[in-house]
Design a protein around this ligand. Structure first.
Ligand code: ZN
Length: 501
């Protein structure tokens, strides 16, 4: 077979797999938004069928044969060409997939489905011991998974690799240690200063927040002819396919700031989706570089844009027109201070941008120790509370507000938390580089101008798809490998000013 024919056959197969995955994504989006509660059983059957089909197709030995043939051909002569990139990435995915026995994949699916319920019950009762046996099972399964797919350093690395190819726990520990020391210090200095004004509590009617938020999204560059907004319990962004990006939003009538930051976070993901090259749809070249690089886009729009004074200089007058009573007495300067209030709290999802990563670093430390066996599951609550006392200076009064607050572990997502902080690190590197090339971005934001930033990200990051692993892409775009310094500098400069440190 000619190499070109083999390549066409391979691409045809992976495009079909992508179509199946996009059906899965659409069903999951519907479950989050419009499905009536009575649909849950049929929906789980639909999803299980699709997962089975995907596993069958993804592990078909024919894919291995096609890849082997292509790897011997001269189609892979230039490692940066789209064809080479697709072959490289499809090889990585295929090898990982075939090394996981179907028995293990099914066992993980079954266990995590049940563990979700056990976690929800343990959380409601605020008793870790109800979840503990499930955590033990999940850790054991994840160790099996690591042994099947292989790793070079420690088993935890195999799980990180699943979300962030090319990154391991050693690289993360180095970045995160430096970050932690600086953030603990900064948060402690801020805690010594008088608090900034609290955010206004509304009421901000949800319908008006929604139309305001959608306007913000469109001004930021989200194309609503190729995307839509809906309400749901968990904010999210699903790229169904080219021309179809779904943002799920949530508004609370007492929290205007949270609603706007949430929409900007999801818009950041959405701009990446909408900025991918549609001609590569269905292949790695048409996909985001990694989970962290995707999260970086979200964190960049949420924090570097959405918490900036320039952004509010443009949008705040519109807020005051919409919510004149609720914002009475809140001038622009006071409002910007309220948006940037820093206070160590117990719950990750409500955290400000200074303490947020400390929440993640606790989870990184604990799950790494759980995987290595240094930490026994029975000791999780105690280790959790001790880490919170050490890094955040607060101690959860119970497990619900402590180690049971997130569903990630119950969902089998071990090795996922670090991508939040790595994403934040990338976001700060990208934003600093964008400013050095484009000039003062905040004065553009103050004019309602976001197109230059969005265009820069599209050219530098989105259009590259998965051409490079995330660490290499960040180095090519910013001139530096993954580096915590721009994030530390951005936070210190900003909060030294706001808190007069
Ligand atoms: Zn996100």
């Amino acid at each position: 077979m000619r190499a070109e024919t083999a390549y066409d056959e391979l691409i045809q197969r992976v495009r079909e797999e992508t179509l199946l995955t996009s059906c899965e994504a659409l069903l999951e989006w519907d479950e989050e938004t419009y499905m009536p509660p009575g649909g849950v059983e049929n929906r789980s059957e639909q999803l299980a069928l699709l997962a089975g089909l995907l596993h069958e197709r993804g592990t078909d030995p024919k894919i291995g044969e096609l890849l082997a043939e292509l790897e011997r051909s001269d189609l892979v002569a230039d490692p940066r060409s789209p064809v080479s990139v697709n072959i490289r990435e499809l090889r990585r995915e295929y090898d990982r997939y075939v090394r996981l026995p179907r028995r293990l994949v099914e066992e993980v699916a079954r266990t995590t489905a049940l563990a979700q319920t056990a976690w929800a019950q343990a959380r409601a009762a605020s008793q870790f011991k109800g979840f503990r046996p499930w955590l033990d099972k999940i850790i054991a399964l994840k160790r099996d998974e690591a042994e099947c797919v292989g790793y070079s350093g420690e088993p935890y690395d195999a799980l990180i690799e699943d979300h962030e190819p090319g990154i391991d726990s050693r690289i993360l520990a180095r970045l995160f240690d430096a970050l932690r020391q600086n953030l603990v210090q900064l948060a402690a200095e801020i805690a010594e200063r008088p608090a900034l004004p609290p955010a206004p509590r509304g009421p901000f009617p949800v319908d008006q927040q929604r139309s305001f938020g959608e306007m913000v999204a469109v001004v930021a560059g989200f194309d609503r002819r190729r995307g839509r907004f809906d309400l749901g319990v968990h904010p999210s962004c699903s790229g169904i396919g080219p021309g179809d990006c779904r943002l799920v939003l949530r508004f609370d009538q007492g929290d205007l700031v949270g609603g706007v930051l949430t929409i900007l976070h999801e818009v950041g993901h959405g701009l990446y989706e909408q900025g991918l090259d549609p001609s590569y749809y269905g292949t790695p070249m048409g996909e985001s570089a990694s989970v962290s690089m995707d999260e970086a886009q979200a964190r960049l729009w949420e924090n570097r844009v959405g918490r900036s004074p320039g952004f509010w200089r443009y949008f705040y007058p519109r807020c005051r027109e919409l919510f004149p009573d609720a914002l009475r007495g809140y001038g622009l300067d006071r409002f910007v201070l309220a948006v940037n209030q820093v206070k160590a709290t117990l719950i990750r999802v409500n955290a400000d941008e200074v303490t947020y990563n400390l929440h993640i670093l606790v989870r990184f430390e604990l799950e790494r120790a759980l995987m290595s066996g240094d930490l026994k599951s029975a000791d999780v609550p105690e280790a959790w509370n001790a880490a919170y006392r050490r890094y955040l200076g607060v101690v959860p009064p119970n497990d619900r507000e402590g180690c049971l607050q997130d569903g990630h572990w119950a969902d089998g997502l071990i090795g996922y938390f670090p991508t939040y902080t790595l994403g934040d690190v990338f976001a700060a590197q990208l934003f600093a580089q964008a400013e050095s090339e484009l000039g003062d971005l905040e004065s553009q934001f103050a004019q309602g101008e976001f197109a230059e930033l969005a265009g820069w990200l599209r050219r530098k990051v989105y259009r590259e798809g998965s051409r490079y692993p995330s660490a290499r892409l960040i180095e090519l775009v910013t001139g530096s490998p993954p580096n915590q310094r721009p994030l530390i500098d951005a936070l210190r400069n900003k909060y030294a000013r706001l808190y007069r440190l």
